[in-house]
Design a protein around this ligand. Structure first.
Ligand SMILES: *Cc1c(COP(=O)(O)O)cnc(C)c1O
Length: 767
């Protein structure tokens, strides 16, 4: 990049030195430093060297270990520019554990308050559940104001605790640390008779900013080390100002934290020093020792350049500049019509490093101004090897405020089935979360360029300047490899093998005629699925529309023909459960003993019955009005062969198969109804509607989240770990191969049957 060194605090040499430390990124673009930053190669080598060269015993046994641990305390305090005479370092398992310690043991006196900023992390919100006061008050940033006149001399016996983050992990806004001293001295506006103590959640801030404890002196500081240098995980600290030690009244003890403890009587005396009292059990000494190499690595890769330009200050400057560049490039993105592409969720305009850290938070918009779901975006980003974070980032307060959601909106979203961390990204067009990208010392300008290029490619180039949509261009261009419907697959018996059709097949109200009309139940009336009985896929039903017969075959059984006319509504009418938990009972007709025996023999499970969904049974999925057969969610599942091929290329090793399976057999695992070819890999994910042939219109109901069935080879019934492992790795398990369709806008009540034809063209439209 031409202007790399103009943008960044780091020199070209420093940047290339850093680059050599992260070759494991390969072609991945890592943009989740607020989730965790990455550890450097040389850092891990140094850790290894330290562990192999020293004999690290239990610190209660060995002075050497204890000395090393003390060095880490010292080094940690030096990082925050303060001495051990002023602060103690208690090692914890992370910022969350530190916050919890404060919540558990802070002594509020008679009537102290627990006051917290509503933009806090969930780890702070959870403190409400265990603090020993009933006065619990959320405040907003504007209320972080010290009392003007009254000092705390005439305070009651009321010790109050104020918790706020030094930097918001949602959008990187920094909170005014100057307030700390003021509030400690004068109290908080509106609480004139309470003495305020401050617990600073520095987990996000400390990752890339300098917290100068020689100037700002919160009573408690909570942090996690992996956010600063990536390794070790499971280790954090609670820094306690020495003169605030007595505010923590510890009850529990364990390990060496006591001077005496008697087994027969309930008698113990805790140790004197705060640290000795608080670190119960054996501290994670190998992890603690590795913190030294973390600090060393930062100082080696981003060396101090004299006063005012220490390593961490330079990192702070660097990450701010990259964040600023990202903010500005995203802000500048426009649709040809002039409409904004990116809705940024920020409290600052990235002008001042002391008010803003290197985190950028946003959602994408369609050209008409409606929101694009973050799950869709996460998916596309992952396809482009960009690692970023979506959702609410464990900060519901900031999320709600910045997305402009009312309490009613949030409850409505919850009632509509959205929970933290799921892929329900839009509910009634309103986002439930957003996209976060964040930067670390190893981030570069070109990481931002990758992100912006990907957004341009996926969202902006779909509409060209003269207003012709991309699908129109595709269809007028190169007619021969136009996307087409390749195969129709029917699953007459739920969870059994596919009946593949390569000419045409009629539609009915519920989807493809006869699709998932039958189900096998066990002796308890619960539907069998491939998940627990993989051999079900070996049962192959075929349907002959002329003779109205369904023929069942199985490798070890003679074929069995069933007359579909005889099976309808003749047998015993019964109810059965779709799932073990039996959330919906379905009305069905039993298909008789002959087929029941045949199935029991084929699957070597006694007592099986074949049921057919009653003709008048109307099932719909969740809140929709669309009828479905016994499938789990939707009328049709469309699978793009190119996407499966793309996934297969990502699977590093089909270890349990020996060789890579052929494409058709892989496609079969996804159990789609409509297999299409000629569409670009993953293109279908952006579709909102689909037209098959000239006139059959389908609405896209959403992506299909895969279950473990994709690991069953549909020809043998054997389970393999792939491709689920790859899906889990690439998409964090959430996503989503294929899209669900339902038919719309064509009249199925007309007397003529409507057929789907293989070879028909497929048009996906993105608006
Ligand atoms: C990450 C983070 C936490 C929680 O840290 P853990 O390491 O997960 O315990 C708390 N607060 C903020 C602001 C964070 O960014």
């Amino acid at each position: 990049m031409e202007c790399d060194h103009e943008l960044t605090e780091l020199t070209r040499d420093e940047l290339s030195g850093i680059e050599r430390e992260f070759t494991r990124l390969k072609d991945k673009c890592y943009l989740d430093h607020a989730g965790t930053t990455l550890y450097a190669d040389s850092q891990i080598r140094a850790v290894q060297q330290c562990l192999t060269e020293n004999l690290l015993c239990n610190p209660h046994t060995s002075r050497t270990t204890e000395d090393l641990i003390d060095q880490v305390r010292f080094r940690t305090l030096r990082h925050f520019n303060v001495r051990s005479t002023e602060y103690s370092v208690i090692f914890t398992s992370g910022a969350t554990a530190s916050l919890r310690l404060v919540a558990e043991y802070f002594h509020f006196g008679q009537s102290g308050s627990f006051v917290y900023l509503s933009d806090n992390h969930t780890s702070v919100l959870g403190m409400r559940e265990i603090v020993s006061t009933k006065r619990i008050v959320p405040i907003i940033r504007e209320q972080l104001i010290p009392e003007e006149t009254i000092g705390t001399e005439n305070a009651l016996d009321a010790d109050s605790l104020l918790v706020f983050p030094a930097q918001c992990n949602f959008n990187g806004v920094k909170y005014p640390l100057e307030m700390i001293t003021e509030i400690q001295r004068n109290g908080l506006n509106g609480y004139s008779r309470e003495r305020f103590h401050i617990c600073l959640d520095a987990a996000s801030y400390a990752g890339t900013s300098f917290l100068d404890l020689s100037i700002y002196k919160p009573d408690f500081v909570c942090l996690s080390f992996y956010k600063i240098f990536g390794f070790p995980t499971g280790l954090g600290a609670l820094l306690v100002r020495k003169d605030a030690s007595d505010l923590l009244r510890k009850r529990y003890y364990g390990g060496g934290t006591v001077k005496i403890a008697m087994a027969g009587q309930n008698f113990h005396v805790k140790r004197d020093s705060l640290v000795e009292r608080f670190e119960d059990g054996t501290v994670p000494f190998t992890s603690i020792v590795s913190v030294l190499q973390g600090f060393d690595t930062l100082e080696r890769l981003v060396p101090s350049r004299g006063l005012g330009r220490s390593s961490i200050k330079r990192i702070s400057h660097h990450t701010f500049l990259i964040g600023q560049y990202c903010y500005r490039r995203l802000e500048a993105l426009r649709y040809p019509s002039g409409g904004e592409v990116i809705r940024l969720y920020h409290d600052t305009k990235f002008e001042n490093r002391s008010l803003q850290g290197g985190i950028v938070n946003f959602n994408l918009l369609h050209e008409d101004g409606s929101f694009i779901g973050f799950a869709e975006f996460a998916y596309l980003a992952s396809v482009h090897n960009i690692i970023l974070r979506t959702g609410c980032f464990c900060n519901p307060g900031a999320c709600q405020r910045l997305l402009g959601l009312t309490d009613e909106d949030v409850l409505k979203q919850f009632k509509a089935g959205h929970v933290c961390g799921d892929a329900n990204d839009l509910i009634d067009g309103q986002p439930t979360g957003s996209v976060r990208v964040s930067f670390g010392y190893m981030s570069q300008q070109r990481d931002v360029d990758r992100l912006v290029e990907m957004i341009e490619k996926c969202y902006l180039r779909k509409t060209l300047h003269n207003g012709i949509s991309r699908t129109q261009i595709v269809s007028s261009y190169k007619n021969h490899d136009q996307p087409r419907l390749k195969v129709i697959c029917l699953f007459p018996i739920k969870s059994c093998g596919a009946f593949k059709i390569s000419d045409s097949w009629p539609l009915c109200r519920k989807g493809l005629k006869y699709d998932r009309e039958f189900v096998i139940v066990d002796e308890n009336g619960v539907a069998l699925t491939q998940k627990n009985l993989t051999e079900m896929c070996l049962i192959q039903p075929r349907i002959n529309l002329q003779t109205k017969e369904m023929v069942l075959s199985h490798p070890k059984m003679p074929e069995l023909a069933l007359d579909l006319r005889m099976l309808s509504n003749k047998g015993r009418s019964i109810k059965f459960c779709q799932t073990k938990v039996c959330q919906d009972e379905v009305q069905a007709v039993d298909c008789g003993d002959e087929v029941a025996d045949w199935l029991s023999l084929a699957l070597q499970t006694s007592g099986l019955r074949l049921l057919r969904q009653a003709a008048d049974e109307v099932r719909t999925f969740q809140h929709s009005t669309k009828e479905i057969a016994l499938s789990n969610q939707a009328q049709f599942l469309l699978i793009n062969q190119a996407s499966v091929r793309w996934l297969a290329d990502k699977v590093p090793d089909w270890d349990d198969l020996g060789t890579e399976p052929n494409l058709d057999s892989l496609v079969d695992r996804f159990r789609g109804n409509l297999i299409v070819d000629g569409v670009q890999a993953m293109e279908e994910i952006g579709w909102k509607r689909v037209t098959i042939g000239d006139r059959l219109e389908f609405a896209v109901d959403g992506p299909c989240s895969r279950c473990q069935m994709v690991c069953i080879d549909q020809r043998t019934g054997l389970k393999t770990v792939e491709p689920l492992r790859t899906i889990a790795r690439e998409f964090k398990g959430k996503i989503c191969f294929g899209i669900y369709l339902s038919h719309s806008a064509f009249d199925l009540s007309s007397p003529d049957e409507i057929f789907l034809h293989c070879g028909s063209t497929i048009h996906g439209t993105i608006e």
